[in-house]
Write a protein that binds this ligand. Sequence first.
Ligand code: XMP
Length: 512
Amino acid sequence: MRETILVLDFGGQYNQLIARRVRECNVYCEVRPYTMTVEEIKQMAPKGIILTGGPNSVYDMASPHGDPEIFSLGIPVLGICYGAQLMAWTLGGKVATAPVSEYGKTEVTVADRSGLLREVSDRTVTWMSHTDYIEKVPEGFSITAYTPVCPVAAMENKEKNLYAFQFHPEVTHSREGKKMLSAFVYGPCGCRGDWKMDSFVETAITRIREKVGNGKVLCALSGGVDSSVAAVLMSKAVGRQLTCVFVDHGLLRKNEGDEVEAVFGPEGEYDLNFIRVNAQQRFYDRLSGVTDPEKKRKIIGEEFIRVFEEEADKIGAVDYLVQGTIYPDVIESGLGKSAVIKSHHNVGGLPDHVQFKEIIEPLRMLFKDEVRAAGLALGLPEYLIFRQPFPGPGLGVRIIGEVTEEKVRIVQDADAIYRQEIAAAGLDKSISQYFAALTNMRSVGVMGDFRTYDYAIALRAVITDDFMTAEAARLPWDVLERVTTRIVNEVEHVNRVLYDCTGKPPATVEME
Ligand code: XMP
């Protein structure tokens, strides 16, 4: 039977990150709401349970408390942050407001290395974010780590296999966090760690087949990594029951429409129905005169759906609609309580007029690098898998201000040069995402003996694991110089090239 670690979600920000860290230990992991019943948990028979953080105070009776029976099922439990406090509070310890909150990198002194902290240093840097703390541990527990503020930074009851961390081991700032999670998974939970992405793919295919049966499936294919992996996963599961509609909105990278068609179209190697819609002009018309970034995103999203609906109309009723949504899209689009940063058009914006029974989002729980691993496990070619992520609204969010056909051409040409040079310098695999964007800035230059008044291109290159945070790549100067020379020489109406050195936060990866 497959080993599973169950993460019970109490509303923390890092819940999927916990699951991902466990999967990195080669153990399958799922996040479920804290309301999951003990019966359901018993049925799932997880090897271990992790209780997540959350924004509440356990001593507030309105806070989520879950079923106290989870602590006596004989399944090892690890509580993190709110989860740790919940464990302490439920089992008779004391939780109170800390005299000062701890937030950010915090050094923890390890007091007992016989349990989960076995492999970490005596003083280890962790990441804390709490206002409450455990003041007194419940009977049978010992304190395994502390800080000057927090008398119980970690506690354990080895006899009962109950463990708790006030800090967040899943966040990369917790330097040895992975060792701690792995100690839980391989220690008390006794996992073998034989789960790989192949198993995700196999399970996903089986689940999709069971769900879809003989039904018809429709997928919006953008040619980006996410929708390509989703489409191939679906096509492996249900073959020609799947129709993929590729809307060319005229905001794709240079030649990209044809490339997508070459891979997925009739000449390509996949067994699916492929429809390409050339809707470029419709998008340019609707975007004419629009400068507000959110408005642009909304228009592109809406128009996309409209075009998609028209195509879907021709196909008739379908049973399922596939979306290549991945986890970072889910949080950044402001589901739950997070703030809306950008409205990603592949989440939430569903066609109203396509008749379908249900949405399938086979990649919803995965981070970008996990999606790539799934793609490789599916046998997709590397050039497609390691293709850079590309936003749904395309060049629309890489052209600051109004989008025009001419600006699209400028940014496409500049971007193509940039990509060629990055690849030629052998940097393409080490940079997570890089592209040219068209600033709305025009400035004076001189070319030949003439004054010019033309656009500035901004080059962006970022390094990131998960696209939720990112840092600007330190590109070699000679590469930047070559790209700059080529762009100003080869792309008409560009007389300046700038490099964007900003990380995320405070900037975002895309410009709009
Ligand atoms: P931001 O700009 O939000 O980008 O820091 C993070 C990652 O998401 C991509 N991105 C999008 N992807 N639809 C998408 O499918 C969108 O609307 C969208 N906006 C940004 C971006 O390219 C980067 O990889």
